[in-house]
Design a protein around this ligand. Structure first.
Ligand code: ATP
Ligand code: MG
Ligand code: MG
Length: 406
């Protein structure tokens, strides 16, 4: 009878147990930042239970999560304790304890994407080595251990030279540019010296930066979202335009590179592939994120299936959703802290007030307890009939000179 099944906690696939709703799997997310918050928001619509693990009591995801365990996603015991409460483990940040995920996988815990994927991606140098072995086009790169090595790299790759931390990089924190050999040691100092592990990349003379969100289901099916253009300011994502205004051939090439990069990694979920488009029409891979990504925020308002819903579908084993845009165009504008503390909040409020007057604009505020300069505090997505129309609306929202409100 049904009753006997309900008391039997180890339901077998072939018994009469009926799933109530979309999925009864509890999704455990390592990290509770804005990406975790938006995952929880998508989950709530489908009544999928998301638990987050984050050290901060009032992290962005906390208020909207089904449950929040306060603790470090980089601490082995904490992650193991957290895993016991979840049916599947996933991440909203790659800087988690990969060794513990590997150990948990050996014990049969379901990690999506796989621990091996997180391990490769969280070390940007290892990631570059991995992709070059898989014949993915990349800017040339080289490990550096001392100033002599950096100078040699400068001779080989010339200047400006991009110096990067191997680990714990985000929002450009971990990148430093040396414009000449004289600037090498100050750039290296700015990254905290050689202790944390550094490598260099040849400067990519890109004409545009592009990104592709790729989803992989548990059945290994792969779907790509439309190619977008990302515009960075001081190494931080600033604006995303969807779709990217590039020829069909470039879109195809970007998709092919993203698809190939994805095929070399294991596990389900959405991934972001950041790309450079060079003057001569080549596509080079910058980096991959094993999770939803800033370049996919626009999908919440502009696509049939948002990247957040898609990630949940992928990790719990539901069919992937349609990745097409349901609006002709979208622009995403990041609300980056313009100042620390109260002055920063005041400036953000002014932009938000103007955004609320704009047709097709949606304001997302992450509710981070502290305002800091250059910190991602929220974003605004504009949808409409063309990227051109949206650019004009964005200008009016930002009160840029020379723009007359129509
Ligand atoms: P994210 O927040 O995307 O994780 P990150 O800290 O990992 O950022 P990167 O993606 O490596 O940093 O670099 C940030 C930005 O710096 C890029 O989007 C690009 O604008 C610029 N950049 C990175 N590498 C190069 C390069 N080799 N040549 C020129 N510009 C580069
Ligand atoms: Mg990165
Ligand atoms: Mg990046």
């Amino acid at each position: 009878s049904r009753d006997s099944h309900e008391t039997d906690s180890s339901c077998r696939k072939d018994d009469a147990h009926l799933v109530h709703g979309l999925s009864e799997t509890i999704v455990g997310v390592l990290g509770g930042g804005q990406l975790g918050r938006m995952l929880c928001q998508a989950a709530s619509k489908m009544a999928i239970k998301v638990m987050v693990l984050d050290p901060s009591e009032n992290c962005p995801a906390s208020a909207v999560a089904y449950d929040h365990m306060v603790g470090s996603f980089d601490d082995s015991d904490t992650v193991q304790e957290f895993a016991k409460r979840c049916g599947v483990l996933t991440v909203e940040i790659e800087h988690v304890d990969a060794s513990t995920l590997e150990k948990l996988e050996q014990q049969g815990v379901d990690c999506e994407p796989r621990a091996s994927t997180i391990r490769i991606i969280q070390d940007k140098y290892l990631q570059k080595v991995h992709f070059s072995r898989h014949d993915i086009p990349l800017p040339e790169f080289m490990e550096i251990d001392d100033l002599e090595g950096a100078k040699k790299a400068g001779v080989q790759f010339s200047y400006p030279l991009m110096i990067k931390s191997k680990r714990l990089a985000y929002d450009g924190r971990g990148n430093a540019v040396a414009k000449s050999e004289e600037e090498l040691s100050s750039a290296i100092d700015a990254l905290g010296g050689f202790g944390r592990g550094l490598y260099v990349e040849k400067w990519a003379p890109f004409v545009k930066e592009l990104a592709v969100i790729v989803a992989r289901g548990r059945d290994s099916s792969i779907l790509c979202y439309p190619v977008v253009e990302t515009i960075h300011k001081e190494n931080v994502c600033h604006i995303v335009k969807a779709p990217a205004d590039v020829p069909w051939r470039v879109r195809k090439l970007a998709n092919d590179v993203a698809h190939k990069a994805m095929s070399s990694l294991e596990g389900a979920g959405v991934f972001a592939v950041e790309l450079f488009l060079t003057m001569d029409g080549q596509i080079l891979l910058n980096e991959v994120a094993p999770r939803p990504h800033n370049s996919g925020h626009h999908t919440i308002e502009s696509c049939y299936t948002s990247q957040y819903e898609q990630h949940l579908r992928a990790v719990v084993g539901l069919p992937l959703g349609n990745t097409s845009m349901k609006t002709p165009a979208a622009i995403m504008y990041n609300l980056l802290g313009e100042d620390d503390g109260e002055p920063g909040f005041k400036m953000a409020n002014q932009t938000i007030a103007r955004a609320l007057e704009i047709p097709g604009a949606t304001v997302h505020w992450y509710d981070k307890p502290d305002m800091r300069k250059q910190r991602k505090m929220g974003h605004i997505t504009l949808v409409g009939t063309s990227v051109g129309v949206l650019e004009a609306r964005l200008k009016s929202m930002l009160k840029e000179e020379g723009y007359e409100n129509p």
